[in-house]
Design a protein around this ligand. Structure first.
Ligand SMILES: Cc1cc2nc3c(=O)[nH]c(=O)nc-3n(C[C@H](O)[C@H](O)[C@H](O)COP(=O)(O)OP(=O)(O)OC[C@H]3O[C@@H](n4cnc5c(N)ncnc54)[C@H](O)[C@@H]3O)c2cc1C
Length: 385
């Protein structure tokens, strides 16, 4: 893919910043010795990426059109920059990328697009600046793939508030969360809506961080709601008649996960290619061996196909979002596995990074809907048309 000068400048800014600042901190983040959120806030500030936070404050949540809205070239560059930032984060630390995406994308993003102006003004600027940590809370112990059908977390209207009871699990950023966007079923009319819950609300508690296979930089936990009193004005958007509300969020999440899969694959391919050219066995670089070349060629095919999809998929199409997520998540694990084979013993060692990227890539096949759920979604859409 040809990048113009502006795109190259964006890529180079993000890559050098994250290589210099995020990469060295990653071992501490992975071991859990260092929390990720102070750095996330600093990064947002230093890169100047708290998009529109000030305008939202100034306008009481309405926001202000940016110059990019009027200029198609500026709009295209802003879209590219957003995708490229996810790619660059995923190349260095997919777990950090996931926590960032959940707080600023799923939590702040949903409040921004679906919230009332008051909700946007109250919650979004601090989330965009990284001053507050956001969570997006759908999954329950008995409601994973069937999150809506089996949901048992409930709300009941009580005067000027809703009483929230139940629990959620596998919640990214849960242990450190300040703002929780919680999906719950109404005991009054059976509808599922999202509610903005603050850490300080009485009756909310979070479990300790789970010990996981990968994505270790990203803390994950359970949440418990014991008769939490949520003010009526914290019903997202004052209540949505749009039944597709959550499915649209899922489509956005799936595109984000797909882009992460691409970022992981791109980095693994580069590490393996460079290693193959340098590593000497039998008196010559292993890149001279055709079996190694075959792996590199297959990795390249995956990476180049994935690249076209990562930079072009729009979340407006649920079908395309699921197709991209299914394919690119698998590309992430497949290319990372090839990289480990090429690096062999070194590939199994932490120092060479690809083993972490493989463990992190595995989550992309599970979160935001499993592989099976993407296949079912794709089949449903293609058979309905
Ligand atoms: C690290 C991590 C972070 C996460 N972060 C969040 C978060 O921030 N917020 C949030 O809400 N959730 C989060 N999740 C939850 C994630 O979205 C769920 O794990 C995922 O949706 C799958 O649900 P489940 O684990 O309960 O699997 P299950 O639904 O129990 O699935 C088990 C198996 O059955 C298959 N299966 C289920 N139903 C069908 C079917 N109808 N047909 C065919 N096969 C089927 C699945 O594909 C899978 O192979 C996170 C999970 C992890 C691991």
């Amino acid at each position: 893919m040809h990048l113009d000068d502006s795109q190259l400048a964006v890529q180079s800014l993000y890559r050098s910043y994250l290589t210099d600042h995020l990469e060295p901190l990653t071992p501490g983040f992975e071991s859990g010795e260092e929390p990720i959120f102070p750095f996330m806030r600093k990064m947002i500030d230093e890169l100047g990426i708290a998009a529109g936070a000030e305008a939202l404050e100034r306008t009481g949540g309405a926001g202000a059109g940016s110059s990019a809205d009027a200029d198609p070239d500026a709009r295209a560059l802003a879209d590219y920059a957003q995708t490229q930032f996810v790619v660059e984060l995923a190349r260095v630390n997919p777990g950090f990328c996931m926590s960032f995406g959940v707080s600023l994308g799923l939590c702040a993003g949903n409040i921004r697009t679906k919230g009332t102006p008051e909700q946007v003004a109250q919650y979004v600027p601090a989330l965009l600046r990284g001053e507050k940590v956001g969570c997006w809370c759908l999954t329950e112990a008995g409601a994973g793939s069937d999150a809506f059908g089996s949901m048992r977390t409930t709300v009941k209207k009580d005067g000027d508030a809703f009483i929230l009871n139940g629990s959620k699990t596998f919640i990214t950023n849960g242990p450190a969360g300040d703002v929780f966007l919680v999906y719950a079923r109404s005991e009054d009319d059976g509808s599922i809506q999202a509610y903005i819950v603050e850490r300080e609300f009485e009756g909310l508690s979070t479990g300790p961080a789970f010990k996981k296979m990968g994505m270790k930089s990203s803390p994950t936990s359970e949440l418990f709601f014991d008769s939490v009193r949520v003010p009526a004005e914290n019903l997202l958007g004052g209540g949505s008649k749009d039944r597709d509300h959550v499915r649209k969020s899922l489509a956005r999440e799936r595109v984000g996960i797909a882009v992460m899969g691409y970022g992981i694959a791109e980095r693994c391919f580069e590490i393996a290619r460079d290693y193959a050219k340098e590593r000497v066995q039998g008196g010559q670089p292993i890149a001279n061996y055709q079996l190694i070349q075959a792996r590199l060629a297959r990795m390249y095919v995956d990476v180049s196909n994935a690249r076209r999809i990562a930079y072009s998929t729009q979340s407006e199409s649920a079908l395309d979002a699921s197709a991209a997520k299914l394919y690119l998540a698998e590309v992430g694990t497949r290319v990372a596995e090839h990289a480990i084979h090429i690096l062999a013993g070194n590939g199994y060692m932490e120092e060479y990074v690809v083993e972490r990227l493989l463990r992190d890539a595995m989550l992309l096949e599970l979160g935001g809907g499993t592989t099976e759920i993407q296949i079912l979604t794709i089949a449903r859409h293609i058979l309905a048309s």
